[in-house]
Design a protein. Structure first.
Length: 490
C-alpha cells in the first residue's frame, strides 16, 4: 500500500512537470507572435514588421541607410574606397544585419528583412531580419479576399482609411479634401517615425503657405525646380572624367522641338481593366517607371516607351537584370538616388543608397549612343521644398516619389502632360502595382514618400474635368513652356 502511494505521487509529479513544460512552451510561442509592448512614454514607434513593410513598399530607397558607414568609424575607414565603406558598417552586428535586403516595391512582396536605423530622437529600436509569420498570413488572406472581391466586382475598403470604402478615398483626392489626420493610425505612425528619424538631415527653413492656386504652384515649380542632370563638371565627378562620360546633349535638347503631348503612366493597380493602352500610345512621348512591364498589359497600359525613370536599386540589384532586360534598351533612361538634403556630392558619391555610379559608367561606355542621365540631387530636393512650402503640415523628410519626379520631368519637356492613375479613378484599389498581386494603402497614400501631399499638389494644378479623373484617372497639366508666369500688365 505504501509503495502504491509512492507510485501515485511520482505519477502526479510527472504530470505536473509535463503540464508546466507545455504551458511554458505555449507562452513562449504566443509571445513570439505578438508585438513587443511599448510604454506610452516611448513615443511613436512601429513594430518591426510594420517598419519592414512600409519601408520596402514605399520605395524608400534604402530605409536603413545601407551604404552609410557608422559616423563613429569615419576616421578609421577614411582611406577606404566608397565600396569598402559600404561593406564595412559598424562592428558588433552580423553582416546580414548591416546589409539587409530592401527594395522599392516593383518585384513582388519582399520576404527578407529591413534594417531601419533610427535617427536622433527616434524611438524606433528594432531591427527586423524576418517578417512576422502571422502578419504575413494576414496580409495574404487580405490579398486573397480583395482579389476575389475584384473578380466579383465588389468595392473593397481601404487600409489607409479604416472603415472607409476606397471610393471615398478617391473622391476626397478629386476634391483635394484630405489631410494626414484622416490617415489610418498605421500610416500616421509611419509619418511620425520618419519625421523623427530624418535620415537625410532635412532642415527646411522656407515659408509655408497653403491655398495657392494651381497657376501659382506651377510658377513656383517653374522658378525653383528647374530640371537638372549631372553634367560631369562638378566634383568629384569632374576628376573622374565624367564630363566625357555623360551624354553631350542635355535631355531637353534631344528633340528638335519640344513634345506636344506626353503621357506619364504610373504603375498603379487601378490602371488594370482601363483599356487606356491605345490612348496612351497616341502621345508624342510616354514615360514609364522602374521595372513596370508592357508585355501582357498592352490593352491597359500601351506598348510605347520613350523615357523610363529608374531608381538606383534597378541598376544595383542583379535581380532586375539591368544590363540584359529589354525594359532598359532602346529608350532614354533617367536614374536617381537620394542624396543628403545638403546636396553634398562628395558624401553622396561615397555613400549612395545603392551603387548607381558603377553600373551607370559601365553602361555609358558600353552603349554610348543610348541617352542615359542621372538626376541631380538638387532638383529632387527642390521639388520637396515646393511640396513642403505648400502645406502647413510637416511632410515626410524623404525624397518625393518617382511618380512626382517623373511628372515634373515631363512638364519640363512637353507642352501638355497627361498623367494616368496617379490620382486614382473609380477603379481605385489598394493593389500596389498592376503587375503584382500585393495590397497596401501606403502605395496610394504614402508612408516613406510624402505621396498624399504630392497628389494634393498635382490635383491643384490639374485642368482636366472630374469626368476624366473619375473614368480614366487622368490628370492634365500644362507644361512649363505653356505657363505664363509674368505679372499681369508686364
Amino acid at each position: 500500500m505504501k509503495q502504491w502511494r509512492k507510485l501515485l505521487l511520482v505519477a502526479m509529479l510527472a504530470w505536473l512537470v509535463l503540464f508546466l513544460s507545455l504551458l511554458s512552451h505555449f507562452l513562449e510561442l504566443r509571445s513570439s507572435t505578438m508585438p513587443r509592448s511599448r510604454s506610452k512614454a516611448s513615443g511613436p514607434s512601429l513594430t518591426r514588421t510594420e517598419i519592414r513593410r512600409l519601408a520596402s513598399i514605399q520605395g524608400g530607397p534604402n530605409p536603413g541607410g545601407k551604404g552609410t558607414p557608422n559616423s563613429s568609424l569615419a576616421p578609421l575607414i577614411q582611406g577606404a574606397s566608397w565600396r569598402e565603406q559600404r561593406r564595412a558598417g559598424p562592428p558588433g552586428l552580423p553582416q546580414e544585419v548591416l546589409l539587409p535586403d530592401t527594395q522599392e516595391r516593383h518585384g513582388g512582396p519582399r520576404e527578407a528583412g529591413v534594417l531601419f536605423r533610427p535617427g536622433r530622437g527616434s524611438s524606433v529600436t528594432a531591427w527586423s531580419l524576418e517578417e512576422d509569420r502571422e502578419e504575413r498570413r494576414q496580409r495574404q488572406r487580405r490579398g486573397r479576399r480583395r482579389w476575389s472581391a475584384a473578380q466579383r466586382g465588389s468595392k473593397p475598403t481601404s487600409d489607409g482609411f479604416p472603415g472607409v470604402r476606397a471610393e471615398a478615398v478617391h473622391q476626397r483626392l478629386w476634391r483635394s479634401n484630405m489631410s494626414a489626420a484622416m490617415l489610418s493610425p498605421r500610416l500616421q505612425k509611419a509619418l511620425r517615425v520618419y519625421l523623427n528619424s530624418n535620415k537625410h538631415h532635412v532642415a527646411y527653413r522656407g515659408q509655408r503657405r497653403g491655398g495657392r492656386s494651381g497657376h501659382e504652384v506651377q510658377c513656383e515649380l517653374k522658378r525653383r525646380a528647374r530640371l537638372r542632370m549631372l553634367d560631369g563638371r562638378e566634383e568629384p565627378f569632374a576628376s573622374l572624367g565624367w564630363a566625357a562620360l555623360v551624354p553631350p546633349r542635355p535631355l531637353e535638347q534631344l528633340q528638335a522641338s519640344e513634345y506636344q503631348t506626353c503621357a506619364v503612366v504610373t504603375s498603379a493597380g487601378a490602371i488594370l481593366n482601363s483599356s487606356l493602352g491605345q490612348e496612351i500610345d497616341s502621345h508624342d512621348a510616354v514615360l514609364r517607371f522602374n521595372a513596370a512591364p508592357t508585355k501582357g498589359f498592352e490593352k491597359d497600359v500601351g506598348n510605347k516607351t520613350t523615357i523610363r525613370i529608374v531608381n538606383s536599386q534597378i541598376l544595383a540589384r542583379p535581380k532586375h537584370q539591368f544590363n540584359t532586360s529589354s525594359l532598359y534598351q532602346d529608350v532614354t533612361l533617367v536614374a536617381w538616388d537620394p542624396a543628403p538634403y545638403s546636396v553634398d556630392l562628395h558624401k553622396w558619391f561615397e555613400n549612395p543608397d545603392y551603387d548607381l555610379f558603377t553600373p551607370y559608367s559601365e553602361r555609358r561606355r558600353r552603349r554610348p549612343d543610348q541617352p542615359f542621365y542621372i538626376l541631380h540631387p538638387a532638383f529632387i530636393w527642390r521639388l520637396w521644398d515646393v511640396i513642403q512650402a505648400n502645406t502647413e503640415d510637416n511632410i515626410q523628410p524623404n525624397p518625393p516619389s518617382s511618380g512626382f519626379i517623373g511628372i515634373l520631368l515631363m512638364m519640363a519637356l512637353c507642352r501638355e502632360v497627361h498623367v494616368y492613375e496617379y490620382i486614382p479613378s473609380v477603379r481605385q484599389t489598394d493593389l500596389c502595382h498592376y503587375h503584382e498581386r500585393y495590397y497596401d494603402a501606403a502605395c496610394t497614400l504614402g508612408a516613406y514618400h510624402p505621396l498624399l501631399y504630392e497628389k494634393l499638389l498635382v490635383q491643384r494644378m490639374n485642368i482636366a474635368s472630374e469626368h476624366d479623373l473619375r473614368t480614366k484617372g487622368k490628370v492634365t497639366l500644362r507644361g512649363f513652356s505653356a505657363v505664363d508666369c509674368e505679372p499681369a500688365g508686364v
